[in-house]
Design a protein around this ligand. Sequence first.
Ligand code: ADP
Ligand code: ZN
Ligand code: ZN
Length: 727
Amino acid sequence: MRVARIALPLPKPRLFDYLVEDRDGLSVGLCARVPFGPGEKTGVIVALDPADAMSHDKLKPLRELLIDVPPLPGPWLAMAEFAARYYQHPLGEVIATALPPGLKRAVRLPREDDPLLAATAEGRAALAAAKKLTRALAAVSLVSSAGPMRRSAMLEQLDEGAATGLRDARNKGWLEVVAVSGDVAMLDAMALNPQQAAAVAAMSASLGRFESFLLHGITGSGKTEVYLQLIAATLGQGKSALMLVPEIGLTPQLLERVAGRFPGARLVSLHSGLADGARSRGFVQALRGEVDIVLGTRLSVFAPLPNLGLIVVDEEHDASFKQQEGLRYSARDMAVWRARNEGIPIVLGSATPSLESWLHADAGRYTRLSLTQRAVAEAPPSVRLIDTRRIKLDQGLSPHLVEALRERLERREQSLVFLNRRGYAPVITCPTCNWVSACKHCSANMVFHQADAILRCHHCGAEERVPRTCPDCGSHDVHAFGRGTQRLEERLGEYFPTARILRVDRDSVKTPAQWAAVRSQIDSGEVDILIGTQMLAKGHDFPRLTLVGIVGSDASLYSSDYRAPERLFQQLMQVAGRAGRAELPGEVLIQTEFVDHPLFRHLASQDFPGFAAMQLGERKQAGFPPYSYHAVLRAEAPELKEAVEFLRITRMAAQMITTETSLPVRLFDPVPMRLVRRARLERAQLVIEADSRAMLQTLLTSWVMGLHAMRLPRDLRWHLDVDPGDL
Ligand code: ADP
Ligand code: ZN
Ligand code: ZN
């Protein structure tokens, strides 16, 4: 017998020991079912020790070893252990996050093969004779034009009900299995332009060893084409590739594009929208080494690929790579760690990289490659600023924007009104002299708490009364942002009663099917004016879109969240990139009280490097990331004072550690959060700041151990967020 040390999905930073029979195939990394309390749990064996007489007395035997599926490979477990360490999260919960929920059942699924299918002569004849495209014929049609294709790739490209159609077609003898030649060549490789070719050459040269590349390429510069050719090179070496995309970026179009280019490759897509069964199946296939390409959202960074040769992270700046609950990991950062650990190259691509990655490239830790030209020539849109200090807005709309919309309607072109409605905590400003309610004790901007009419610093906890007049120039027009756009949509309808107006945001579009319906409405020209938020900014082409109006972006220029300008610039670059085609030039109208803000100047000249240099300068001066490292402890309880009291006590504990070890780590005061109440709980947070990751980690490791050991008030919950996305 042996002692199996098992990571179970429990909020405790410890392993649980069970007895296990020493049998063939017993190994670290296997999943096991174990008795636990009155029930049972499933976990993963992370260590195997010899059993002595004592353990025989004390330990229970485990119930079942899930031996049908290969053990999770060593590098995979190392990655989970790293995540547990770095994010200060129990290993069992890390593993539970990384494993698909239906794994237990999936391992019992019969092994499903993924044959290469081709159309037979009968199939082609049936297709030619048919009046109506049945599902079976749709499958035949796909391979008769594209050539032999993997079953999985066909399923990605066909509509719902494809599995039945495929089966029918095979039963009828319209499809046949052809031998796999072993090479998964790419179809239709494009002749690359010199910049693309240089990027592919540089990155291919590093296959087989670790190197981080930052591929900075404007929208439409052909980044995806570069990824595809790199993937081809990776598959050519007999290795698999992992490509991460933002949540909203994983569209059927992208899947089709990849499947269409690599018809012989075994492709799996992984995202949280999949049914448990499909997600588990993809995971198990990957683990068995039966997958060539995994394409997925952040959770697919945990896809077990025994033979991984390349990682691509597209739109690497995207906030959806950071998980906002449970294990608060950054899939981008984990991907870089994974690439280093497995000795393979990683490509981070974006038109507007995160400042973290940009600084890494400045410092030479990442190799920067730039694509500065659009692959298909198009003029960049012109950017015009509308000074809203001097005009009266009507439900957030300026007469200029209304006029511009009218022109587009007359010319039968499309417009997009982009509402920046992120729940940024509002600060108080004076548009007359650009005064901002900055904190006197640190560099953060203070947040306006309407409920108690107070300004509060979410960084250090300082409080102040809201001034009636501007402290700098005496103007009476000091105010918070975000007024008056509530009825914007209705008001547009009143201005343009015959226009077809469509709102696209997370409330109106929730499922991929709804999204597909919206897209086809837009593409077929059934929409005149789109009203949208972030969702519309990302990688979608709108052929007749010539006007983008931007409303409500000022709150991001001066926000308490130091990342807000970076996010705003990213969004505006993306959304501006949607406007205009060669024959229909685009225009971007921005309504703002701050027409002189340098962010707009960099936007107008499409100058990301200039913007990044400016922002990094400000961050450096203020001592914000990426020049410092943050962790936030958040607590929630039925009453705010309990949450604050808990944070106060834990802060003292942290203080003791930092004094003892003389760690130069800054501990700020607990602050109530602006949205204090959520789900009948009240929330507060405590910010910790350090000059180096290592120092922060040293403190967190001993501090969090203490937190786990604390006896908590019954209704109090806490969590730690390392490298938080927002403060
Ligand atoms: P990005 O990912 O940077 O936005 P894409 O790779 O999607 O850009 O390319 C934008 C468009 O340009 C696509 O339609 C693509 O097919 C086309 N394209 C990319 N590279 C080339 C090339 N070398 N030659 C011709 N067209 C290209
Ligand atoms: Zn002023
Ligand atoms: Zn402060």
